[in-house]
Design a protein around this ligand. Structure first.
Ligand SMILES: Nc1ncnc2c1ncn2[C@@H]1O[C@H](COP(=O)(O)OP(=O)(O)OP(=O)(O)O)[C@@H](O)[C@H]1O
Length: 656
């Protein structure tokens, strides 16, 4: 397959085509090799899985659809017989009145059958329409259920994420497959009945019908293949265009779009990319027209030949006029039916590829789901102990944690410090059981984490991180969601609001606790970074207070958005959360916030390089001491001042 063409704008903005693919490439091989034969071979399996889903969703509706489609196929055959009978009656010798009279019974049957057909068709339409959203819902819920139960490691694994993205298309495809299956069933039944009638009329008619339809089937397949290849080739380009369009309208980019004049710049690149995509569309349309012209010409030739053969049969006395008239009608409707059957099978196969991705995703997730049903953790535990834990992210060469050992005794405050990227956040995920290490062990109260029911273990962990979730819900729910299963009124949440000093934040909101915290919705309010952090602190308080068993509170950079006064208060509050049955693990770069911790661990490149109390670590005069003194000097209140070099002045000759 040819490489995606790269427009100048894409080259400039992205340094080439974006390589992350959304799923279409997955089917490249399968789809390009698609022939009518492979599509036909896969059809029973595909139809079966769709029917099973529809059966689960609404079996009555499915039964009605099936019966009415089979009924319509029988009606099509009866209609041909009726036409044949009418033509025979009209073309037999006798007066006009006699001939019309003898045709009347067949006409009455024809009218009744047409009425039955309409009723069956509308029944099928209404039930299929009911089934479609149900099937889409069944597949979507299965997708979401699977995704939310996956291990964090799976979510952070690019290969799994890709599968997650691809499988997203499965639900809409499953929905479309319902109507396609119905149409294919209808087409197949009508075809069988037409073929039967044609063969009864004359043996040569059915092969001729196939000859008429074959070129159209070929044409449809070619056009679909080219469209698919084009989507494959241009998918990156298309997504990049959409990305630019979003950046121009998104709130997060709005300031720079205006202040830095990024708007006109990006708009220009958007036009450039749109133009090159349009050129591809034009080329595709031209080639489609040429293919269809060839297919129609070949089909026309076959039709002419068929009519020629029929004329010859009539003149040779081997076919009556009545049969010939019925045959002409049957060939016309049969060729249209067979043509659309080919198209439907083609589309079914295409949609099935996406549904198969969904199935693959569910199967793969089965191996990566958070395990449930392990050992229960006792209410009272002594400590959480990590012993020589090594953890490497799936796509990384170096481990984020390298034989790190640490103990978090209940009732204590443990601080973890270290430079950027030293592995602090990863360590927190290992303590909480979100990540399981490749080597070493994690024990909660002496029980290895892998033996525990992990979702139950999570009930014992509270977490407040720098990038905690800002839920686009009301202020009250933003606090209550710390333990969503625990019902609470605004009054119940008040102690948490007070604890986080968030009263002033709530009071400022027009609807108080009921205010929606999402600007993207009408009436939604907005909070500053620091105000959000207070809401986050209130949520953490609510979560910790609703757990009676021994638990661990993890606080990762909780004060980054707070002003200095609020920061001091926040550290005091976090310290207050330590209790005999709760341990606090604190990660921060603010050294002033860790000096009161019972135990401090210093991480460097994933290894614990120092540990002890503040006094011990200062006395050791190692990394901790250096980090602490550097920060203290900046704030100008160190017992052991470090002389900081003053910033160099620019040379007088340089412009300031
Ligand atoms: N989801 C991830 N996938 C791959 N690598 C990751 C992921 N998260 C972190 N890393 C890598 O693991 C290493 C440790 O990262 P971690 O976030 O634990 O450090 P940190 O000490 O918390 O850093 P900071 O102080 O900057 O927050 C880094 O090299 C980082 O690039």
């Amino acid at each position: 397959m040819e490489e995606p063409k790269v427009s100048a704008a894409e080259e400039e903005l992205f340094g080439g085509p974006l390589r992350y693919d959304m799923g279409w490439n997955e089917h490249e091989r399968a789809r390009l090799e698609t022939s009518l034969l492979t599509a036909l071979r896969a059809m029973p399996r595909v139809a079966w899985s769709t029917l099973r889903r529809a059966w689960r969703a609404d079996r009555n509706a499915l039964l009605v659809v099936g019966v009415s489609e089979i009924g319509q196929g029988i009606v099509a055959a009866v209609q041909l017989l009726v036409l044949n009978a009418i033509m025979h009656a009209l073309l037999t010798p006798g007066t006009a009145t006699e001939r019309v009279r003898s045709a009347v019974p067949a006409m009455i049957v024809g009218a009744v059958v047409a009425g039955v057909n309409s009723v069956l068709a509308s029944l099928s339409t209404s039930r299929a329409g009911r089934l479609e959203p149900l099937v889409e819902r069944v597949v979507t819920v299965e997708y979401l259920e699977t995704a939310q139960a996956a291990e964090l490691e799976a979510i952070e694994d690019p290969a799994y994420r890709r599968l997650l993205d691809i499988a997203y298309y499965g639900a809409a495809s499953a929905r479309r497959m319902i109507s396609l299956c119905v149409a294919a069933l209808n087409g197949a039944i009508a075809l069988v009945s037409t073929a039967g009638i044609l063969s009864v009329l004359h043996w040569a008619l059915f092969p001729m019908l196939l000859l008429i339809v074959a070129p159209r089937g070929w044409g449809a397949m070619r056009v679909a293949q080219r469209r698919y290849i084009s989507v494959q080739t241009w998918v990156e380009h298309l997504r990049a265009s959409r990305l630019i369009a979003n950046l121009l309208t998104e709130r997060s980019a709005a300031q720079e779009v205006r202040l830095h004049a990024v708007g006109p710049f990006l708009l220009d690149r958007y036009r450039d990319m749109a133009e090159s995509a349009e050129a591809e569309q034009k080329q595709l349309a031209d080639r489609k027209a040429a293919t269809e012209l060839t297919a129609t010409a070949l089909s026309g030739l076959a039709t002419t030949a068929t009519y020629g053969v029929m004329l010859w049969l009539i003149t040779a006395g081997q076919m009556s006029l009545a049969v010939a008239t019925t045959a002409v009608y049957a060939i016309r409707s049969g060729s249209a039916g067979l043509g659309s059957l080919v198209m439907n099978i083609n589309s079914l196969h295409e949609e099935a590829l996406y549904v198969q991705d969904h199935v693959k995703f569910v199967e793969e997730s089965g191996r990566r789901t958070l395990p449930t049903g392990g050992r229960e953790l006792p209410d009272r535990i002594d400590a959480v102990v990590l012993d020589r834990v090594t953890y490497r992210y799936p796509d990384r060469e170096h481990p984020a944690l390298d034989a790190a050992s640490l103990t978090v005794p209940m009732g204590s405050v443990v601080a973890v410090v270290g430079e950027n990227g030293s592995g602090k956040s990863t360590l927190m995920k290992v303590i909480s059981g979100l990540l399981t290490p490749q080597s070493g062990s994690v024990h909660w109260g002496g029980v290895p984490v892998q033996d525990l029911d992990r979702p139950r273990l999570f009930e014992r962990v509270s977490q407040l991180t720098q990038d905690f979730q800002r839920w686009p819900f009301t202020a009250a729910l933003n606090i209550r969601i710390g333990r969503p299963g625990h019902a609470a009124t605004s009054e119940d949440l008040k102690p948490s609001v007070d604890y986080a000093a968030a009263q002033s934040v709530i009071e400022k909101l027009p609807g108080g606790m009921g205010t929606l915290l999402a600007r993207q919705f009408r009436g939604g309010g907005e909070l500053s970074g620091g105000e959000w952090q207070k809401v986050g602190l209130a949520r953490t308080h609510w979560r910790t207070k609703t757990c009676t068993a021994d638990s661990v509170l993890i606080v990762d950079e909780p004060t980054s958005a707070l002003d200095p006064e609020a920061e001091i208060e926040a550290f005091d509050r976090i310290r207050d959360l330590a209790a005999p049955h709760r341990a606090v693990v604190l990660v921060t770069h603010r050294m002033s916030g860790v000096r009161w911790a019972d135990l401090i661990y210093v991480l460097r490149r994933g290894r614990v390089v120092e540990q002890g109390t503040h006094a011990e670590l200062l006395a050791a005069n190692g990394r901790y001491a250096a980090m602490f003194r550097t920060q203290a000097a900046q704030y100008g209140h160190d017992d052991h001042p470090v002389t900081m070099p003053a910033p160099a002045r620019p040379p007088a000759s340089e412009p300031a």
